[in-house]
Design a protein around this ligand. Structure first.
Ligand code: KIV
Length: 308
C-alpha cells in the first residue's frame, strides 16, 4: 500500500519489504525479466522481485555465455523492465568485469539505479567480492550476492556447468562465501547449483534470505529464468520446471497466421478499414458531375498527393 493514503495505490517494493517478508516466513519468488511486456505480466502476477539477469546474453541475445553481455545491453533491458513494472523490486545484474574495483562498481551500479531505474544490483562472488559489496552498500546501493555456480567465472570454474560445493573444502569455502556476502551488507543472496543439504545449512546460518536456483527446496526463496518457466527456450536445465509451452504456442500461432495469409483469410473485415465510397469517387473524379463533364478521368492522370 502506498503512503499516499490511497489503499488501492501500488507502490514499489524495497529491500526492507523483502526483509520483512522473509522475517514473516514468506517464501520469496523471483523471476528473471528482460523486456517490457513480460515484466508487465510478471508484475501483474505479483512477483515481488524481478532480476534482469545477464542470462539475457544466452536466452535472449543468442550469445554462448554471459561474459559477452555489456553494460549498455544490461541498462537497455533493465530500463524496459522498470518501465513495465509498478510494484516489483527490479534488480540489475552487473555484467562481467563491470565491478573489478570499488570505484568501477559504484560508477556502474550508479548507472543501473540512475539511468535504468533499478532499485538494486546483483554481483557474483563470495569472499572475493566482499570489498565491492561493502563499498556499494556504503554508497547506498542495495546488493544481492550470488554464490555457488557463478556463470561469469565459468572459465575459472572449469567451463562446464556443474553443481558446486560437493567436497569438504568446497562446502566450507561456500559457507565462508555466504557469510562474507552477508557481512558485507547484501540484502539477499542467490545460491546457484548447490546441493540441497548445503543450501539448507547456509540458509539456516544466514539472517538474509537465500534465493535458490538448482539449490533444492530449503532456500528462503526461489529464482527461475523466465524463458525456462514459460517453455520458450530451446534447452531446459534439469533444475527448471516449465509451466507453459510458449515455444509451441508461438510456433502454432505463426504457422496458422502464415496459412491464413497464404489463403487470403488475413486480414479479415475486423482488421480492415474502409473509407466513404462517395469520397473515393470524388478523389477519382467519377461523381455524376465528373461524368457530365466528360466521364471519369484516367486514374493515371490524377496527380499524386506529393504533387498536389
Ligand atoms: O543471470 C541470471 O539469470 C542469474 C540467475 C540465474 C540467478 O544470475
Amino acid at each position: 500500500m502506498s503512503g499516499s493514503g490511497d489503499p488501492a495505490a501500488v507502490r514499489r517494493l524495497t529491500v526492507s519489504d523483502i526483509a520483512r517478508m522473509h522475517a514473516d516466513g514468506e517464501s520469496l519468488p523471483m523471476l528473471t525479466a528482460y523486456d517490457h511486456p513480460t515484466a508487465q505480466i510478471l508484475d501483474e502476477a505479483g512477483i515481488p522481485m524481478l532480476l534482469v539477469g545477464d542470462s539475457l546474453g544466452q536466452v535472449l541475445l543468442g550469445f554462448d555465455s554471459t561474459v559477452r553481455v555489456t553494460m549498455d545491453q544490461m541498462l537497455h533491458h533493465t530500463a524496459a523492465v522498470v518501465r513495465g513494472t509498478k510494484r516489483a523490486l527490479v534488480i540489475g545484474d552487473m555484467p562481467f568485469l563491470s565491478y573489478s574495483s570499488p570505484d568501477e562498481a559504484i560508477e556502474n551500479a550508479g548507472r543501473f539505479l540512475r539511468e535504468a531505474g533499478a532499485q538494486a544490483v546483483k554481483i557474483e562472488g563470495g569472499v572475493r567480492s566482499g570489498r565491492i559489496i561493502e563499498a556499494l552498500v556504503r554508497a547506498g546501493v542495495p546488493v544481492m550476492g550470488h554464490i555457488g555456480w557463478t556463470p561469469q567465472s565459468q572459465h575459472g570454474l572449469g567451463g562446464k556447468v556443474r553443481v558446486q560445493g560437493k567436497t569438504r573444502e568446497a562446502a566450507r569455502s561456500m559457507l565462508a562465501d555466504a557469510i562474507a556476502v552477508q557481512d558485507a551488507g547484501a540484502f539477499s543472496i542467490v545460491l546457484e547449483l548447490v546441493p540441497e543439504q548445503l543450501a539448507a545449512i547456509i540458509t539456516s546460518r544466514l539472517r538474509i534470505p537465500t534465493i535458490g536456483i538448482g539449490a533444492g527446496p530449503h532456500c528462503s526463496g526461489q529464482v527461475q529464468v523466465v524463458t525456462d518457466l514459460l517453455g520458450l527456450g530451446d534447452f531446459s536445465p534439469r533444475h527448471a520446471r516449465a509451466y507453459a509451452d510458449l515455444r509451441g504456442a508461438i510456433r502454432k500461432a505463426a504457422t496458422e497466421w502464415a496459412a491464413d495469409v497464404a489463403a487470403r483469410r488475413f486480414p479479415g473485415p475486423e482488421q480492415t478499414v474502409r473509407m466513404d465510397d462517395a469520397v473515393l469517387d470524388e478523389a477519382l473524379g467519377r461523381t455524376p458531375d465528373d461524368r457530365a463533364a466528360g466521364g471519369a478521368r484516367d486514374i493515371a492522370a490524377i496527380p499524386l498527393d506529393r504533387d498536389l
